[in-house]
Design a protein around this ligand. Structure first.
Ligand code: MLT
Ligand code: MN
Ligand code: ZN
Length: 312
């Protein structure tokens, strides 16, 4: 008996956090290297992955503002039959952040696909009539429940679960006004992680996570690969860089370093490959040869780049 070859594969279409790298208006130390075409850094678009189990039918997890360029750079995702066609059959959203949903506006042009998200995230999109360019008779909006497992695309089974996080930035003012405060590490429908499984292999995509929990650690244990929130190296990084006043905690992102960081939190967790995604432009791990990059690599972490393929 021979086992048929596995075609379960992920392509990292975009590996940067909101803003991309370099960010259009930023001259922080790391962005400055990119603007100067320094060979130690490479440009990155905002976070999204594509997944397939057969090489023919694909799903996206999140849809970045740069989706058109990402598809243009990825032959497997390009039309290949008839007059109008796309290998993209579905899109799953992990939250309603701009970097994860704005690309949907570029997927108009009457191409059918299924848009999957929690009822909460669907509710946010329904509140923005710009998304009505995805006409309901062409793009099916399918609510998926926390804890549910479903076929995301032919042969790829997804399970979604809440992770500590917050609502999208553009909803903060409303939540403040309605509730008098903002919670940045709530577990609910606003921020989810997704487990993707095919052919006995299991990979987790968690581009935003405010804190590690025992439940989450147990879920990651034994996975073939974990793609995890790599927004910041340290919590006050954007403050130290002089580009803003927000900490990682305020933005709903745990950092890589430090006693409560993801390197430490997952040090003893048995995972085939640990890969950072959704990396902010201030994060020094973006620089080849930096102390931070070396520290992350030594702890077993890879730093994602656009176009990276993960065969499972
Ligand atoms: C985030 O991941 O915190 C958001 O993408 C921030 C943003 O919307 O710019
Ligand atoms: Mn983001
Ligand atoms: Zn920057």
């Amino acid at each position: 008996m021979t086992t048929p070859p596995s075609h379960f594969k992920l392509v990292i279409l975009g590996s940067a956090a909101g803003g991309g790298f370099p960010q259009w208006n930023c001259r922080c130390a790391v962005c400055s290297l990119a603007w100067a075409n320094d060979p130690r850094v490479r440009r990155r678009t905002q976070a999204s992955i594509a997944v397939t189990s057969n090489g023919r039918d694909w799903a996206l997890v999140n849809c970045a503002p740069e989706i058109l360029g990402q598809l243009q750079a990825t032959p497997a995702l390009q039309p290949r039959e008839g007059l109008r066609h796309s290998p993209l059959k579905s899109v799953l959203l992990t939250n309603a952040d701009i970097d994860h949903v704005a690309g949907l506006l570029s997927l108009r042009e009457a191409q059918p696909f299924t848009l999957m998200a929690t009822p909460g995230v669907h509710g946010v999109l329904a509140g923005s009539s710009a998304f009505d360019v995805l006409a309901p008779d062409v793009v099916a909006r399918r609510p998926v429940q926390l804890g549910a497992s479903f076929e995301l695309v032919s042969g790829v089974h997804a399970t979604i679960f809440p992770v500590p996080g917050k609502i999208a930035l553009y909803l903060e003012a409303r939540e403040q006004a309605e509730q008098g405060s903002l919670t940045t590490d709530r577990e609910g429908e606003q921020t989810i992680g997704v487990e993707l499984a095919a052919g006995g292999r299991r990979v987790l995509y968690i581009p935003g996570c405010a804190a590690m929990t025992d439940t989450l650690r147990a879920r990651l244990d034994g996975a073939d690969a974990v793609l995890f929130d790599g927004t910041l190296w340290q919590d006050d990084e954007m403050v130290l860089a002089g580009v803003g006043t927000k900490t990682g905690a305020r933005m709903g992102h745990m950092s890589m370093s430090g006693p409560r960081g993801s390197i430490e939190a997952l040090r003893e967790v048995n995972v085939g490959r640990k890969i950072y995604v959704h990396i902010n432009n201030t994060n020094p791990v973006l620089v080849d040869g930096s102390d931070e990059r070396i520290t992350a690599n030594k702890a077993g972490w890879e730093i994602a780049h656009d176009g990276m393929e993960i065969a499972l």
